[in-house]
Design a protein around this ligand. Structure first.
Ligand code: PYL
Length: 275
């Protein structure tokens, strides 16, 4: 998982409303609707208003990321939750969350970003939640992924979770990773889950030539060029940094879903609340 920089998240807190408007324009669905759908959470039956969420800053490893906790608060509050950042960090912050009757805690070190429901004991991991939320967003943007070829780039933690989520949405997977062993391992592991052959073993250029619907779960920067995308390209790109080079990003901008935290945090919140 690539560690975010303060620059990656600098504008989240003040732009979450315009971000959501843009997401609705691209997919027809809001951040809340996408996160709830990915979690199987019925927005009509529940409300987040009485859900207190404590965000606990964690100083371990490379330490705090400036704006990280504030960004998570902005996303949770935009969705209707009541969130606060604990005054203390780390363990004392956890005791504070309990003493302030938090329902859910959210905290991240350099290896794991988790949401934990203190009542139901449900544990949610950001990597899997991000993959599931982005798969739903791509499905909505494509009108449906059922029986459509989707190129999944990246066979790591997010890619592996995305492979399952995309397959469950009916996508026909083509899998690419620069590490061919990881690529073939993921393809093989997906065979039993998919009613359609899972394809792999292509060069990136061949794979991009076969699919117009892309899911970029890789940490690679700018490896997809403007010549490799066109007016039919749809891309969901949870990977940080963005895999599209500036020319490709410009060409696909209206059909590109890419954010550093929003969809992952929204999906985590709703998944933490579902039994
Ligand atoms: C959760 C993000 C998504 C992509 N990479 C993950 C990352 O940057 N993880 C590190 C988060 C560290 C947060 C720091 C703080 O400010 O509490 N411990």
């Amino acid at each position: 998982m690539t560690r975010l920089t303060d620059n990656d998240i600098v504008d989240i807190a003040y732009s979450v409303i315009s971000y959501d408007r843009d997401l609705i324009k691209k997919t027809g669905f809001s951040l809340g609707q996408i996160g709830a759908a990915a979690a199987g959470y019925d927005l009509s039956k529940n409300c987040l208003a009485d859900c207190k969420v404590a965000i606990i800053p964690v100083t371990s490893g490379k330490g705090l990321i400036k704006g990280f906790s504030e960004s998570v608060v902005a996303i949770v509050d935009h969705l209707g939750g009541q969130s606060f950042i604990t005054g203390s960090t780390d363990v004392r912050g956890l005791t504070e969350a309990y003493s302030r009757d938090a329902h859910v805690v959210m905290l991240a070190d350099d290896h794991c970003f988790a949401a934990i429901n203190l009542v139901s004991r449900k544990i949610v991991d950001n990597a899997a939640a991000t993959a599931q939320g982005y798969a739903v967003a791509l499905d909505r943007m494509a009108g449906s992924l059922h029986n459509k070829d989707v190129l999944l780039i990246g066979a790591g933690q997010v890619g592996a979770a995305a492979a399952i989520a995309l397959t469950e949405l009916g996508a026909h997977l083509v899998i690419f990773d620069i590490n061919k062993k990881k690529e073939s391992n993921l393809a093989r592991s997906m065979e039993s889950r998919s009613s359609f052959p899972v394809r792999a073993g292509f060069s990136l250029n061949e794979a991009l030539g076969r699919c117009s619907i892309l899911f970029d779960a890789s940490p690679g920067r700018h490896f997809v060029t403007g010549e490799q995308v066109d007016e039919k390209t749809l891309i969901a790109a949870p990977g940080i940094p963005l895999g599209l080079d500036p020319d490709a990003a410009r060409k696909v901008s209206e059909r590109l879903i890419h954010d550093p935290l929003q969809i992952g945090v929204a999906t985590m919140l709703f998944q933490a609340l579902v039994k």
